[in-house]
Design a protein around this ligand. Sequence first.
Ligand SMILES: [Zn+2]
Length: 510
Amino acid sequence: MCSTVVGKNIVTVAVQGCCHGELNSIYKSLNKHVDILIICGDFQALRNTRDLETISVPQKYKRMVDFHEYYKGKRQAPVLTIFIGGNHEASSYLKELKYGGWVAPNIYYLGEFGSVWYKGLQIGGLSGIFNRNTFYNNDIEDEILPYDVSAIRSVYHIKLKNFLKMYLMNHTMDICLSHDWPAYIFEHGDVHKLIKQKKHFKSDIENGSIGSPLNKFLLNYLRPRYWFSSHMHTRFEAIVNYDNEKSSWKQNVDEIELDMDDDEVEEVSNSNTSVGFESQLHIDENDGSRKSNNNQSGEELTSVRLKFPQDPLQTRFLALDKCLPKRKHIEFIDIEVNPNHLDHPSVKDKSGFYYSKRAVAINKVVEEYIINNRKSFEGIDCGRILRNPRTFGLVNILAKLVDEELKKLEALPNDTFKIDPDTFKIIAPPTGVNDVPLKYWENNQTIEYCKKFGVKYTGLKTTSTTSTAHSSSARGTSGTTYTTDTASTTNITNATSAASTTGSTDTSTQ
Ligand SMILES: [Zn+2]
């Protein structure tokens, strides 16, 4: 339970950097009471040895570590644990739960994009890391199993769709999570100390190639109170102060993917206070700085980010190390609940764990938009958006649809949004079972989420050579015949919206 200090509601949060499967050590280092543990990626939810074929790590690191014992119920997570994905993950399992869900009892994956409420704190996150090529490719199909050398990496790269979803989030988040750092965040902390700790960062800092340009934009645009990351395997803190001036948009050069080794770089390759908890609009319709409402062509929409009354004065950034002895991998932070959030149902509820309505609305709107406007979405100039995300005009169009959807969700009882702790099921076999096929295992939680909130359900694809499931087949461009577990996009009966558009689904493979 969160504590109350002289009228203040405090939630004690433990933040962990990379996990690398070391759950036993991480839980052992919780030497004080915490309400929730947040893990910033490289979680490695490996259920069985077959999952090792879906993780991108050097051969010497291909080992099961601890998670599988939590999966099969041999061990129990002692505290509610939530995490985002990084670049070393059991990627097929995370794909099966792309809208989030329990990977084991008491361990919740936020999804490729996701946001939840816990005891009055709104927590959002984006899984994966930035990679310029994958971002430019804007491939909207999920990777097919088994992963080839390209798919095993692109599966964890941040796609335009998920960046768009995060872009559509509100400005009242308490905590944002990303695996890789926001680019140029080092300018807001002790960069000299950072270079002293990690000498090989020097040239990357000098040429600005550390961190994600997408996260840099999102941090400055969403302005959460806290932003937590990992990936670089060192502790670094920074404070980003907001003076509401036009922020410079610096471009970084290329993705840096760190190997699991520390010192080895593997690859360089409106103002409105009366709105609800999650409803703050992104762009003030009456503001002269916006030039067009229906702009997808590249015209700059806003010259400055508008100030909202609830904006924090600063964002506190913290990156942590990986879990090794004598490393600064975990920290405990007492976070006061924003007084404006004290009426949120998660504050008084016993479990305190709720879906963000806005994130639900965003999933519904964006998935439906892409299905119905596939060609135009694929034709978006990702280079332009990377150069200046404020030219992403689709955000304006979809923000309106999200607000409409949000109104429908607001009419539903609060309990609709409680995250049920008992929906976890062992679906893929745990360790100890022989001859486990390499395939996507259709997850009950994903199906239930889509059904409950009217999100288009799109199945995941496995090639016939490795799958044991046969429901339909499609011909891939390479001439390979694929079997698909659930190849077509399905309109599942929708509890929250009246009309769901028929999906013009392209079931062909990549
Ligand atoms: Zn890591």
